[in-house]
Design a protein around this ligand. Structure first.
Ligand code: SR1
Ligand code: MG
Length: 421
């Protein structure tokens, strides 16, 4: 077999001007940047805090002491995975990908994306709008908050960011040039391993889970049919460069208040399957659905909020489909007959279900979990919620080929039981 790998050039990051910031140096950094001199005057007192609760980066908030509402966020990539430490090196190039993705997504949906002030390519950081006092959406959902504009907003965000970057819509040559700007091998590898592979391997890959669900995890890891489907989904993730996807669109990447929605953190962005983003949103709503097993003991209150979460999932899909019409309106009707459109949308729905289900299971078995479930203190109650999450996720993956409408997905949630595994 020919060894052609010597011809493959792997670009490296230039760390010669890179310094990880801390609470003091970040203030010096802000003072020196011409881009921020309109926001903060040179002699005023600034206050910094570290506000990152993600798995990868440093995130600082810098505020004017006298007027804390005047603030910015600085998100800096570390050269390793923060959650694990420097034993897991990771190129800080993701900050550059994130900057490019934010620029594109905010050109497409300015009202739904944080304003990017600039990307510092030497320091591998992005300076952006402070989204406070909005909160991380999953925290609000744990508290049974309602977000009346969410489905309208996220449906439009998904339809426009995915639709405008598909080669059904964007000039196919431009699309390919753009895809080259979003080659994101290291972050894709994290997803390939953490979502599609590791949760289905027994040992030695960072998996951890509640001891009370060990038998359920065993069932999952011995389910050959499930592994076949997972291999199929992983192949689609790796090879179906359909649209510029956010790549990590869980409810921790969304900030909300009663009326507004902002989608942040697109460092996993690359040209991948559109259903991966839609599935991430819906799968995370279903994880929250499962978590109310622990958070909401009153059966009536639980039923009511779960009903609301299902309405949100339905609304995400329906608003997405309605907003996605612009893609078809731009088509030559002869080239794209109605039967093709129907088939395209059905496939997208099935991808959404499959990726959503995969994203549910990885958050219960794999390395990185979600607050919705982790904040259930009683391990017995948490186990019931986790079993329900696994049951829903597994069925979404295995049964997706028969789904023709969002109601098929909702019915899986309604008819899944924690004890069925
Ligand atoms: C090691 S990074 C773990 C996870 O955090 C991010 O939010 C992604 O979902 C990734 O898989
Ligand atoms: Mg993130």
């Amino acid at each position: 077999m020919a060894d052609f790998t010597a011809h493959i050039k792997v670009p490296g990051s230039d760390l010669s001007r890179y310094q990880p910031l801390n609470l003091e140096t970040v203030i010096d950094y802000v003072r020196k940047r011409p881009e921020l001199q309109e926001l903060f005057s040179p002699d005023e007192e600034l206050v910094s805090s570290e506000v990152g609760d993600g798995n990868l980066n440093l995130v600082f908030r810098i505020q004017a002491k006298k007027d804390p509402a005047r603030s910015v966020i600085i998100k800096q990539a570390l050269p390793y995975v923060r959650l694990v430490g420097d034993s897991w090196p990771l190129s800080p190039d993701r900050a550059l990908i994130e900057g490019r993705a934010l620029a594109i997504f905010s050109a497409i949906c300015p009202d739904l994306t944080p304003k990017l002030y600039y990307t510092d390519q030497d320091m591998y950081l992005n300076v952006m709008e402070d989204l406070a006092p909005r909160i991380i959406m999953r925290k609000g959902l744990v508290k049974r908050e309602h977000y009346p504009n969410f489905t309208k907003h996220i449906g439009r965000y998904l339809a426009r960011t995915l639709g405008e970057t598909l080669d059904l819509y964007l000039d196919p040559q431009l699309k390919k040039w753009n895809a080259a700007q979003f080659t994101n091998p290291q972050l894709c590898k994290i997803t390939e391993d953490l979502v599609f592979t590791n949760p289905y391997i027994k040992e030695g890959n960072g998996n951890h889970f509640n001891a009370l669900i060990a038998k359920d995890v065993d069932v999952i890891q011995n389910d050959v049919d499930l592994k076949v489907e997972m291999a199929e989904l992983k192949d689609a993730f790796m090879n179906h460069g359909q649209a510029l996807i956010h790549g990590d669109l869980h409810t921790g990447s969304i900030m909300v208040d009663a009326t507004t929605t902002k989608v942040m953190d697109p460092e996993f962005a690359f040209y991948g399957p559109a259903g991966f983003d839609i599935g991430a949103v819906i799968g995370n709503l279903f994880l929250n659905y499962a978590s109310h097993e622990g958070h909401t003991p009153d059966p009536g209150e639980r039923r009511e909020y779960r009903q609301y979460l299902l309405e949100l999932a339905r609304g995400v899909w329906e608003n997405f489909v309605a907003e996605f019409q612009f893609v078809w309106e731009a088509q030559d009707p002869v080239q794209r007959p109605a039967a093709y459109r129907e088939r395209y949308m059905r496939k997208l729905l099935q991808d959404t279900a499959g990726f959503g289900g995969a994203k549910m299971m990885r958050r219960i078995i794999g390395l990185a979990h979600v607050e919705d479930l982790e904040s259930i203190v009683d391990p017995e109650k948490r186990a019931v919620a986790e079993r329900l999450g696994l049951a829903i996720g597994r069925r979404l993956v295995k049964e997706r080929a028969r789904f023709t409408s969002i109601e098929d997905i909702i019915n899986v949630v309604l008819t899944s039981q924690p004890e069925v595994l």
